[in-house]
Ligand binder design. Structure first.
Ligand SMILES: NC(=O)C1=CN([C@@H]2O[C@H](COP(=O)(O)OP(=O)(O)OC[C@H]3O[C@@H](n4cnc5c(N)ncnc54)[C@H](OP(=O)(O)O)[C@@H]3O)[C@@H](O)[C@H]2O)C=CC1
Ligand SMILES: CC(=O)N[C@@H](CCC(=O)OP(=O)(O)O)C(=O)O
Length: 310
């Protein structure tokens, strides 16, 4: 059985990453539009409806428009944009973050891929909240840095033009589009305080949640959080919870290699009461293209990690 795949937005940063992961897979054939027709609504409608799976790598408005072009019950959609991440009728495409999610993805007709930052945040916090180890009513802070490819072609262009930008903090109006997704899927009662930044690396990101467990009035310590995460992700080929505590630094290289892994760390103070929960991932890997291909594999009933860079 071969599946036909259309990547709408296939000439963009995420679309090209996904095509690269699929190009040597005999299970898939790619429907491609010539460059002069790739934004033509009729050409896109035809390609979408000819496909078994359409993957949306578009700005949010164009992603909504693409969904409205589906005129059959067969074509299944995976949306990499943030248009449908908390929408009714859509399944959140993060197989590992809560029990039963992989099975929901396998059956779904509409899957919305997580944002890159929420993948780090939810990967760390959601299993701990679900187990009652961390509270659902704490105002969590999320500090993060991303490679500039996270902002797509526009930000890649800007970092090429303004060669002196080394660090860019943003989200300064405290309304970043990933905040509803983090709150919703972690089941929190408050929005997180989200402080994202971009660094002069093409890809890669570090997402951190600092916690003062003592001041929060919790009895658990760093080791308990790490053990719970290790138990939750046991056997996962994609998500690794690191045991080592003696690291003195975590680096993102300017020319970091592509990776579809999600690496989680729990660093604690001597008494374990102060904790830094840290996720390291590739914004174009588990943060976008890697998780899309993982979801596609699950939906198509194929080996879940086929084509991934682990
Ligand atoms: N980059 C990342 O790390 C991540 C990105 N995402 C999401 O994935 C989606 C794509 O992002 P990214 O690849 O970075 O963005 P890019 O800007 O690099 O690519 C978007 C592509 O969509 C094309 N496009 C825009 N409007 C239309 C339209 N109406 N019809 C057809 N094609 C259209 C653009 O065309 P043109 O080339 O002419 O501009 C471009 O090729 C976004 O929603 C983004 O938020 C999600 C997770 C991480
Ligand atoms: C560095 C940078 O600009 N990152 C993007 C998020 C990338 C991502 O996850 O994309 P979605 O739009 O699909 O959520 C931003 O902050 O808007």
């Amino acid at each position: 059985m071969t599946y036909s795949i259309f990547i709408d937005g296939g000439a963009g940063t995420t679309g090209l990453e996904i095509a690269d992961r699929l190009k040597d897979r005999p299970e898939f054939t790619l429907i491609q539009l010539d460059d002069d027709r790739r934004k033509d609504a009729e050409a896109r409608r035809e390609a979408i409806n000819d496909s078994d799976f359409t993957i949306l790598c578009l700005p949010d408005a164009a992603a909504r428009e693409a969904v409205a072009l589906v005129g059959n019950n067969r074509t299944r959609i995976i949306d990499a944009s943030s248009a449908h991440r908390t929408a009714q009728g859509w399944t959140y495409g993060f197989a590992e973050f809560r029990d039963g999610q992989r099975e929901r993805i396998a059956e779904a007709g509409r899957v919305s891929n997580p944002g890159c930052y929420p993948t780090g945040f939810l990967g760390l916090v959601a299993p701990l909240v679900a187990r009652g180890i961390l509270p659902d009513d704490w105002p969590y802070s999320v500090n993060a840095v991303s490679g500039y490819s996270g902002g797509g072609k526009a930000l890649i262009g800007r970092f090429a033009e303004e060669a002196d930008i080394g660090f860019r903090s943003y989200g300064l109006t405290l309304d970043h589009k990933h905040m509803p997704e983090m709150r919703h899927h972690a089941g929190l009662t408050h929005d997180v305080i989200f402080a994202p930044a971009v660094i002069r690396a093409y890809r890669g990101m570090v997402v951190e949640v600092p916690l003062h467990l003592g001041a929060m009035g919790l009895d658990v310590r760093a080791d308990d959080l790490r053990s719970a995460l290790q138990e939750h992700y046991t056997g996962s080929p994609v998500v690794k919870v690191h045991a080592d505590q003696d690291m003195s630094e975590l680096l993102v290289r300017e020319d970091e290699a592509a990776s579809d892994r999600l690496d989680l760390f729990v660093f604690g103070s001597g008494d374990g009461s102060q904790v830094r929960l840290i996720a390291r991932l590739d914004n174009l890997g588990k943060g976008a293209g890697g998780s899309t291909v993982q979801d596609l594999n699950i939906m198509a009933g194929l080996e879940e990690t086929a084509g991934l860079r682990l």
